[in-house]
Design a protein around this ligand. Structure first.
Ligand SMILES: C[S@@+](CC[C@H](N)C(=O)[O-])C[C@H]1O[C@@H](n2cnc3c(N)ncnc32)[C@H](O)[C@@H]1O
Length: 228
C-alpha cells in the first residue's frame, strides 16, 4: 500500500501546520475591500459551474461556508429567492460586507450572513438541503479538513448535496508557484489539497455526482458535487 493508491492517507501524513485561524481571519479581514477583484478574475467560472451542477431548488435551505466577499452567495440567493440562504465566514469584515450587499440587492429574501468558524457550525443536524464551500479547505490543517467535512455531513439532510470547489493540482507550473506563495503567506494561500478530497468525502459516504476540472486564465479549479 502506498500513498498514491490512498490519497487520503497522503493528506493525513503530510506535514502541514495546524489551522492558523487567527492569522487567516486577520489577513482576510484586511483584504475584504479588494477581494471581489480576485474572485472576478479567478473564481467566477467555478462559481457558475456550481450553480449549473449543484441542483439548488428555489424554496430550499442553503448554507454557504466561507463566503468571502459574497460573489457566490449572491448567485445562491438569486437561485433560491423563496428559500433561506445562510452564509458564514470566519472574517467579520467579509461576513458584514456580504450581508450588506445581499440585503441591498435582494431586499425581503431570507438571507443571513455571519462570522462563524467552519470547524464548529452553529446549526442543527440535517438542517440544510445544500452546502456550498469554495476554496476553503486549502486554508485548514489536515485534521480540520476532515473535521469540516464531517460538519458538512452533519448539517446536511439525507440526500442533501455538497458542492465543493478546490484549487486544481493538475498543472505542475501552477503547483510550484502555489507552493512558493503558500510558504510566504500561509494564512492567505494555505496549500493545495484537491487530490486528497474525493477520497475523504467517499470515506464519509458521500456519492460524487459530478466532477469538473476547469481553468480561468492560469488558475485551475475542481468543482465536485456529492450527495449524502
Ligand atoms: C480563498 S477565500 C474564498 C472566498 C469565496 N468562497 C470565493 O469563492 O471567492 C477563503 C475564505 O475562507 C474564509 N475562512 C478561512 N478559514 C475559515 C474558517 N475556519 N471558517 C470559516 N471561514 C474561513 C476566509 O475568511 C476567506 O473569506
Amino acid at each position: 500500500m502506498n500513498q498514491v493508491d490512498f490519497p487520503a492517507l497522503a493528506l493525513r501524513s503530510e506535514r502541514f501546520p495546524k489551522t492558523i485561524a487567527d492569522q487567516t481571519r486577520k489577513v482576510y479581514d484586511r483584504v475584504s475591500f479588494i477581494y471581489p477583484a480576485s474572485t472576478f478574475f479567478f473564481h467566477s467560472k467555478a462559481h457558475k459551474c456550481v450553480i449549473e451542477d449543484a441542483g439548488i431548488a428555489d424554496g430550499s435551505r442553503v448554507l454557504e461556508v466561507a463566503t468571502g466577499s459574497g460573489e457566490m452567495f449572491r448567485r445562491l440567493v438569486e437561485k433560491n429567492p423563496r428559500g433561506q440562504t445562510i452564509g458564514v465566514d470566519i472574517s467579520p469584515n467579509m461576513a458584514a460586507k456580504t450581508q450588506r450587499q445581499v440585503r441591498r440587492e435582494f431586499p425581503g429574501t431570507g438571507t443571513h450572513c455571519q462570522a462563524v468558524d467552519a470547524r464548529q457550525l452553529p446549526f442543527r443536524d440535517e438542517s440544510f438541503d445544500s452546502v456550498v464551500c469554495c476554496y476553503l479547505l486549502e486554508l485548514l490543517g489536515q485534521d480540520d479538513v476532515v473535521a469540516v467535512l464531517e460538519e458538512f455531513h452533519r448539517v446536511l439532510r439525507h440526500r442533501g448535496r455538497l458542492a465543493l470547489v478546490l484549487i486544481g493540482q493538475n498543472t505542475e507550473m501552477f503547483n510550484r508557484a502555489y507552493r512558493v506563495a503558500g510558504s510566504l503567506i500561509p494564512a492567505f494561500w494555505g496549500r493545495q489539497v484537491e487530490q486528497s478530497v474525493p477520497a475523504l468525502i467517499k470515506d464519509l459516504d458521500f456519492r460524487v455526482q459530478s466532477d469538473r476540472i476547469l481553468r480561468q486564465g492560469f488558475y485551475p479549479s475542481r468543482v465536485l458535487v456529492a450527495q449524502k
